[in-house]
Design a protein. Structure first.
Ligand SMILES: *[C@@H]1O[C@H](CO)[C@@H](O)[C@H](O)[C@H]1NC(C)=O
Ligand SMILES: *[C@@H]1O[C@H](CO)[C@@H](O)[C@H](O)[C@H]1NC(C)=O
Ligand SMILES: *[C@@H]1O[C@H](CO)[C@@H](O)[C@H](O)[C@H]1NC(C)=O
Ligand SMILES: *[C@@H]1O[C@H](CO)[C@@H](O)[C@H](O)[C@H]1NC(C)=O
Ligand SMILES: *[C@@H]1O[C@H](CO)[C@@H](O)[C@H](O)[C@H]1NC(C)=O
Ligand SMILES: *[C@@H]1O[C@H](CO)[C@@H](O)[C@H](O)[C@H]1NC(C)=O
Ligand SMILES: *[C@@H]1O[C@H](CO)[C@@H](O)[C@H](O)[C@H]1NC(C)=O
Ligand SMILES: *[C@@H]1O[C@H](CO)[C@@H](O)[C@H](O)[C@H]1NC(C)=O
Ligand SMILES: *[C@@H]1O[C@H](CO)[C@@H](O)[C@H](O)[C@H]1NC(C)=O
Length: 434
């Protein structure tokens, strides 16, 4: 016991020496200023920014029936949250806009989406603004109806023989394709189950997560992007990639969705298999980073030629997933490992990709490398950048400015939802920390 305490104390003071400032850009006034400008530029009838061009960083707009449409309204809610966490000062520019009003108005463009629109499995992402709305106004019947509608659409894509919700529709309906990204859609099922008491929705979520845990994750904690099942037999037909470098490679954004998705599954269920899985995915992600700490778009893409591009969105999604994982850990060292790693990802990607001249916050996003869509800003990369900053404030890791992360004392306080049920598992943290 004493030895553990001494070791812990030594470890924490070592981390305190490593210190590490958060990038000041994480709370920059440029964030509200750019986001307000984009709200002012939304087309009418409404379309939503998804990614930028590669030269001027100008947003490209897409119709509501696009998987990314929820992220920009959710960004408005995130700045409303930040304003409540941080207050408005001339220096932080959070008083620039009525974030809640802008977010609600933009989110209304998503209310009429339905299955006959071809809106498919991505209803979880699209539901984000309404999940945020309920945190502001839990009685909002419009948001409740939207969440229940999206959850019903996702549940209709569940196949009990396969044990998953279907991702892409296919010409041959027995070819049942599931992508790792879909771990992010399960939260809308829990949201709706909480609202309606329909426990079938929870069962669908846990079944999908269990099947994915079995078939999408390799022994080394890396992930396949796509698993194809035969819906007649439930058998796995094929494992492959869609957006990665190769069928057997690890697409970094998929890995990041998996970290967040399994940390959230543990938060939702207390099933330690999900916690173990989130740790395994996080460990692979961090241990496989190159020495410069920049997240490549695919961990197995060759360095040269051509120079291997980054994916800034994978970095910010992973950082936010690591922060969520940290809140689920019970011991200070685990929490510190994940929060310090999140901070490092954010510092590294800011140094590479923060671009004051672009409409997006970050450049260096890889939307879809096989399709040649890279070196852009990306709306979800920016959303998770802002969310990561907010979460660090909520966790007591920093104030609302670019001060040094509270390494020495915050670990013990940073996990308000932590619990004692977690089992000790080998952590292989970002090796540079040890
Ligand atoms: C309820 O939510 C909808 C959809 O997000 C929003 O447009 C509306 O302003 C909200 N109304 C109230 C009274 O909270
Ligand atoms: C479904 O979406 C289409 C196209 O946006 C719209 O015309 C139709 O009214 C919607 N149906 C329902 C039931 O909301
Ligand atoms: C619960 O949700 C499932 C999936 O949408 C649906 O089939 C079922 O009818 C719902 N149960 C009740 C009691 O509403
Ligand atoms: C799935 O299995 C059934 C029955 O064996 C077969 O007819 C069908 O072609 C298979 N589908 C795919 C996509 O392999
Ligand atoms: C993927 O498969 C190729 C061809 O078999 C092999 O050369 C490569 O090392 C594999 N990559 C990984 C990451 O396993
Ligand atoms: C998880 O366990 C904690 C502590 O026992 C408890 O407070 C919480 O309600 C549980 N959550 C779920 C989703 O079961
Ligand atoms: C980052 O973006 C710049 C500008 O597009 C590009 O020149 C550079 O190669 C990118 N770096 C990485 C690692 O993707
Ligand atoms: C990445 O982070 C590490 C650790 O903080 C730091 O040593 C390195 O300089 C960073 N690299 C870049 C490009 O910011
Ligand atoms: C850092 O920790 C100290 C001691 O617990 C606390 O008083 C302070 O508010 C924390 N600072 C931040 C920025 O969270």
């Amino acid at each position: 016991m004493l030895r553990n305490m001494l070791t812990t104390g030594l470890y924490l003071s070592l981390l305190a020496q490593l210190g590490g400032a958060l990038p000041e850009q994480l709370f920059s006034s440029s964030i509200p200023i750019k986001v307000a400008a984009t709200f002012g530029a939304l087309p009418n009838p409404i379309q939503y920014p998804q990614y930028t061009d590669t030269t001027a960083g100008a947003w490209q707009y897409f119709v509501p029936n696009t998987w990314t449409s929820g992220f920009f309204p959710a960004t408005g809610y995130a700045l409303d949250t930040r304003q409540r966490l941080c207050g408005s000062t001339p220096a932080n520019a959070l008083g620039t806009a009525d974030w809640l009003g802008l977010a609600r108005s933009a989110g209304n463009g998503l209310l009429n989406l339905n299955a006959s629109d071809g809106i498919g499995h991505d209803v979880g992402f699209i539901s984000f603004p309404f999940v945020e709305e309920l945190l502001v106004n839990p009685q909002n019947a419009t948001a409740v109806a939207a969440i229940n509608n999206f959850a019903t659409m996702l549940a209709a894509r569940f196949d009990p023989i396969v044990g998953c919700t279907r991702s892409w529709d296919t010409a041959d309906p027995t070819d049942f394709q599931v992508i790792i990204d879909n771990m992010m859609n399960l939260e809308v099922l829990f949201q709706s189950a909480d609202l309606t008491g329909n426990t079938t929705l929870r069962t669908i979520a846990t079944t999908h997560a269990d099947t994915t845990m079995k078939n999408h994750i390799r022994d080394d904690g890396s992930t396949w992007h796509v698993v194809e099942y035969n819906s007649t037999t439930g058998a796995v037909i094929r494992k492959r990639t869609a957006q990665g470098f190769a069928d057997n490679s690890t697409w970094s954004r998929g890995q990041a969705w998996g970290i967040y998705g399994y940390a959230n599954m543990y938060k939702r269920t207390n099933d330690t298999n999900y916690l173990t899985t989130a740790r395994r995915l996080a460990t692979y992600f961090l241990d496989t980073l190159p020495a410069d700490g920049i997240v490549p778009w695919d961990f197995n893409a060759p360095l040269t030629p051509p120079p291997r591009p980054a994916d800034s969105s994978a970095a910010t999604i992973a950082a936010t997933g690591l922060l969520l994982l940290a809140t689920q850990e019970t011991d200070a060292i685990s929490r510190q490992t994940w929060t310090d790693s999140a901070q490092q990802l954010l510092a590294n990607i800011t140094a590479l990709a923060w671009d004051p001249s672009w409409q997006s916050l970050l450049a260096n996003g890889t939307v879809d490398w096989p399709a040649g869509n890279l070196l852009t800003g990306i709306v979800y990369g920016d959303y998770y950048y802002i969310k990561a900053g907010n979460d660090m404030v909520t966790m007591g890791l920093t104030s609302c400015s670019a001060d040094v992360v509270n390494s020495t004392s915050s670990a013990a306080q940073s996990a308000p939802t932590a619990r004692s049920a977690s089992s000790a598992t080998r952590l292989s943290p970002f090796s540079s920390l040890w």
